[in-house]
Design a protein around this ligand. Structure first.
Ligand SMILES: [Zn+2]
Length: 158
């Protein structure tokens, strides 16, 4: 019976070696898929970190706006933010002024427009009140012989 046991033991070893070889091949095939999954996981977590970093920045900005002081590096960045805020505020004020100028004009599609800045101008104006550009009182130099055109007519924003 000793031979029988030895044979069985050898047969068992061979089977388990074959199994582990097959498993190894499957593992290799799955490794690429698994790595792709892991890379997705990494980039997902990196996106979370970006979001949290922005949130930290927003929290600090709120504190800075409330008058809290931080170290010089942060204060320099805050100064840049404030400078940008001023630029934004000025641009918004310009937009609002432009809107009011258009509203005051009533029918912006009708009047002649400044060829330089596009603002409506009065027909008798020789210079744009908005930007100071000379208006086309005389026939334009590059189109001699053409009938005098007051200003390019742009259709209303439709
Ligand atoms: Zn103008």
């Amino acid at each position: 019976m000793a031979f029988r046991e030895k044979f069985n033991a050898l047969a068992g070893q061979a089977a388990s070696k074959a199994n582990s070889l097959a498993a190894g091949a499957a593992n290799k095939a799955n490794a690429a898929i698994e790595n792709g999954r892991l890379n997705l996981k990494i980039s997902g977590e990196e996106k979370k970190i970006d979001t949290y970093t922005l949130s930290i920045g927003q929290l600090m900005l709120d504190k800075l706006d409330a008058g809290e002081q931080f170290d010089d590096e942060v204060m320099a960045l805050y100064a840049s933010i404030q400078a940008s805020r001023q630029v934004i505020a000025a641009a918004r004020a310009d937009i609002e002024a432009n809107r009011q100028a258009e509203d005051a004009e009533g029918e912006p599609a009708d009047g002649p427009f400044c060829p330089n800045c596009g603002k409506p101008v009065a027909g008798e104006d020789r210079f744009c009140a908005q930007c100071g550009a000379k208006l086309q009182a005389e026939a334009p130099a590059e189109a001699p012989g053409e009938a005098e055109e007051a200003a390019p007519e742009e259709p209303a924003g439709e």
